[in-house]
Design a protein around this ligand. Structure first.
Ligand code: TYD
Length: 206
């Protein structure tokens, strides 16, 4: 089973992933947790290039680098882990590319989706938790943070991202679960595990 988390910066994905991984492993399930971009030594190097303020990257350069990191991650980590019976939990996957490089940076969506499919090589998330927060909440939660290159793109960019995630949720109701992530972390966690059908996962149906 492949679970992805999506959301704008400050939506609390990493905290929720940590809580979910603890929950799943405490029920005896094998879990591999990773993040995009990154998740492999090669991917972490691409991540540094993407987030560094040293380079000004065009939207197409960004797109290609995210897809390169993803393709490597799918082949070397995600596919082997799924074949080995693990639940794979990923902090972002190709929906981030559609939203950040498409809705955010303004690249046309159709070629992005083609690149996404190419890099994902047949892998589609079984469930995507979209942690929704307002741009104001994102801003408040990120106040103390040293922003990376992409996070420094301004509030209008973040409004576009939120709109993009909402559209993708509407287009993919079979796998997208919208979670209101404005509250405290334990109530968000409980909502997430409420939406996962642990019994069917454990009996191997999913
Ligand atoms: P990260 O520090 O991991 O942000 P977060 O904790 O919010 O996930 O940095 C990843 C950044 O890269 C984030 O701003 C989203 C962006 N991104 C894209 O623009 N396109 C992509 O395809 C992916 C995977 C991430």
């Amino acid at each position: 089973m492949f679970i992805t988390f999506e959301g704008i910066d400050g939506s609390g994905k990493s905290t929720q992933i940590k809580l979910l991984v603890e929950y799943l492993t405490s029920h005896g399930l094998k879990v591999v947790s990773l993040r995009e971009p990154g998740g492999t030594d090669f991917g972490e190097k691409i991540r540094e290039l993407l987030l560094s303020k040293e380079f000004e990257l065009s939207p197409v350069t960004e797109l290609m680098l995210f897809e390169a990191a993803r393709s490597h991650l799918v082949a070397n980590v995600i596919k082997p882990a799924l074949s080995d019976g693990n639940i794979v939990v990923s902090d972002r996957f190709y929906d981030s590319t559609t939203v950040y490089q498409g809705y955010g940076r303004g690249l046309p969506l159709e070629p992005i989706m083609i690149c996404n499919r190419l890099a994902a090589d047949g892998i589609v998330p079984d469930i995507t938790f979209y942690l929704d927060i307002s741009v104001d909440t994102s801003e408040q939660r990120s106040l103390a943070k040293d922003k990376d290159r992409i996070e420094s793109s301004g509030n209008l960019f973040f409004e576009k991202l939120r709109h993009g995630f909402n559209e993708l949720s509407e287009q993919n109701p079979d796998r997208f679960v919208i979670i209101d992530a404005s509250g405290d972390r334990m109530s968000t966690h409980n909502t997430i595990i409420g939406r996962l059908n642990l019994n069917s996962i454990m009996s191997g149906i999913e």
